[in-house]
Design a protein around this ligand. Structure first.
Ligand SMILES: Cc1cc2nc3c(=O)[nH]c(=O)nc-3n(C[C@H](O)[C@H](O)[C@H](O)COP(=O)(O)O)c2cc1C
Length: 218
């Protein structure tokens, strides 16, 4: 696998072929990409709403009415569309839930290590909650990391994608009753295969030069 070739080949797909669907096998890998993404202190503050039916995608376009209309067709013609959601709290119950899961997955050789990790995760969460006052923002950063993980991952599978911030997140919160469930929408990613006439498939990639963005120390 030539990772640079894959990075150059992937691009933001502006027109999807409505007749091409992602296979069940690839969809299973996509779910693994979402689940196995890393997050700070393994906090995993996310949930994913996924639509592959016309009805489901229609519901997601509740977030692309009015000003955001330019993204509607991309959602409707994609094979699968994912609404990335962030938690709105990280309370004691959730922290305990994470710890129990890690314990069940065999992460802890003994009780001491388990309690150490529990304490460390709470210290980090409290730092963001009280000192930096950005707990919500911190959790959303973890969700964005997951989006990056997904974009590269699907590219290796030959699947095209479009990340979208051009969506009405409040409308999506309402449509999926996310706030009542302790979540809020952060962004949407459409997945599928490029349409024949996607102008963006031929747009040359443009990035700042290595010299400008990377400093390699002696
Ligand atoms: C977080 C994020 C949000 C984006 N939102 C939109 C969007 O709402 N609609 C759209 O057409 N493109 C959107 N894009 C696509 C960017 O414009 C595109 O990634 C960028 O120009 C780089 O081009 P490339 O992805 O083709 O390499 C978004 C990209 C990212 C990473």
């Amino acid at each position: 696998m030539d990772i640079v070739e894959i990075l150059n080949r992937r691009y933001s797909t502006k027109e999807f072929d409505p007749n091409k669907k992602i296979s069940q096998e690839d969809f299973n890998q996509i779910k693994s990409l979402l689940r196995l993404s890393p997050s700070s202190t393994n906090i995993q503050p996310w949930h994913f709403i996924i639509a592959d039916s016309d009805a489901g995608k229609e519901r997601i376009t509740k977030g692309t009415q009015g000003f955001y209309q330019f993204n509607s067709e991309k959602i409707l013609n994609a094979s699968h569309v994912i609404v990335f959601c962030s938690r709105t709290s990280a309370d004691d119950d959730y922290m305990q839930h994470l710890l129990d899961k890690e314990d069940k997955d065999g992460r802890y050789p003994n009780e001491e290590v388990k309690q150490m990790v529990y304490g460390a995760r709470n210290i980090f969460a409290d730092m963001h909650r009280y000192d930096f006052k950005d707990l919500q923002h911190w959790m959303e950063k973890q969700v964005y990391l997951n989006i990056g993980n997904l974009l590269l991952g699907v590219a290796t599978l030959g699947i095209d994608a479009l990340p979208m911030e051009g969506v009405d997140l409040k409308a999506l919160d309402e449509e999926f009753e996310l706030r009542q469930k302790g979540f809020t929408a952060v962004a949407v990613v459409a997945l599928g295969y490029q349409g024949e006439n996607d102008f963006n498939a031929k747009t040359p990639k443009s990035r700042l030069s290595e010299e400008e963005i990377i400093t390699v120390l002696d």
